[in-house]
Design a protein around this ligand. Structure first.
Ligand SMILES: Nc1ncnc2c1ncn2[C@@H]1O[C@H](COP(=O)(O)OP(=O)(O)OP(=O)(O)O)[C@@H](O)[C@H]1O
Length: 270
């Protein structure tokens, strides 16, 4: 199993744009972490550094005991799978099954293992019925699951999901929730970038907040969404339940409808 360590990492793009400053972050095996923040905060740059697509300008990124500077992106991405925000940047096969099969096959797994991983990932993502379809004939939400399955099939220890809930309906959200549960049982680490704060509070215990190329906070949802200074600095909007609880001057830390209802009932003496 693989831990991830970013030590004092800074990154500038070739045109000189400074995208990340002094990021220090460790993610343990099996941990679930949500990275949140405004557009341009540096989130995508941070995860690209984690999977070796980018190499730090300063500092070190360690994937297990590998310094990403010493390994190719292809090598690092076997340990850190990255599902891009836009599925159309990732899909390049003409049918769903070939797309999912490509990763494990390319990694040199035995044919039986390739079969097993391909079908496991397609089932988990609810796309088995589309195995022979051209991904580009499928809706965006399903194409997103095709790319998630393609990464899951590579069986990497760490999985990065960039905006997984975008375009998903209730069924898609259920599939995602189940998938996170299964990955937790398999001790996989999951890192997500998301603007969906309900998704964060439902499934992620640890939240990393970024703003202006820097880490602003790294804590649990109860602390983050009730920390005025962090919210102001990052311009983060807490989930609707937390906003309502604050308006009603309820105790800090309420994040679910259930908790909210409990407080209302207790105030009414029920
Ligand atoms: N290829 C690039 N070349 C130059 N600058 C870039 C490049 N990609 C991103 N940037 C800049 O780096 C900074 C951080 O961008 P990044 O994409 O990491 O932020 P983000 O938090 O992921 O934003 P978003 O939510 O919009 O994806 C921004 O100022 C952005 O304009």
């Amino acid at each position: 199993m693989t831990e991830l360590h970013l030590n004092n990492v800074s990154f500038s793009y070739p045109d000189g744009t400074k995208a990340l400053e002094n990021l220090t972050l460790s993610i343990a095996t099996g941990e679930r972490v949500a990275i949140v923040g405004q557009n341009g905060a540096g989130k995508t740059t941070a995860v690209k550094l984690m999977n070796g697509l980018l190499k730090p300008t300063e500092g070190t990124v360690l994937v297990g005991d590998w310094n990403t500077k010493d390994f190719t992106t292809a090598q690092v991405s076997r340990k850190v799978g990255y599902v891009f925000q836009n599925p159309d940047d990732q899909i390049f096969h003409n049918d769903v099954e070939s797309e999912v099969r490509f990763g494990p096959k390319n990694m040199g797994f035995e044919p039986e293992r390739v079969d097993e991983l391909t079908h496991w990932a397609m089932d988990l993502c609810g796309i088995s019925e589309f195995a022979d379809e051209n991904p580009y004939n499928l809706p965006y939400s399903v194409r997103k699951f095709v790319t998630i399955a393609s990464v899951l099939a590579m069986d990497s220890d760490i999985i990065i999901l960039d905006e997984p809930t975008a375009g998903q309906d209730k069924i898609g959200l259920q599939i995602l929730g189940n998938l996170l549960q299964v990955l937790e049982e398999k001790k996989k680490s999951v890192i997500t970038i998301t603007h969906d704060m309900e998704f964060v509070t439902d499934y992620f215990t640890r939240i990393v907040v970024m703003a202006n190329r820097q880490l602003v906070a790294d804590d649990n949802a109860q602390k983050i969404f009730y920390n005025t200074e962090v919210l102001e600095k990052s311009m983060l909007k807490p989930p609707a339940v937390a906003q309502m609880a604050k308006l009603l001057d309820f105790p800090s830390g309420i994040l679910s409808k259930g908790q909210l209802i409990k407080v209302i009932l207790s105030q009414r003496g029920q």
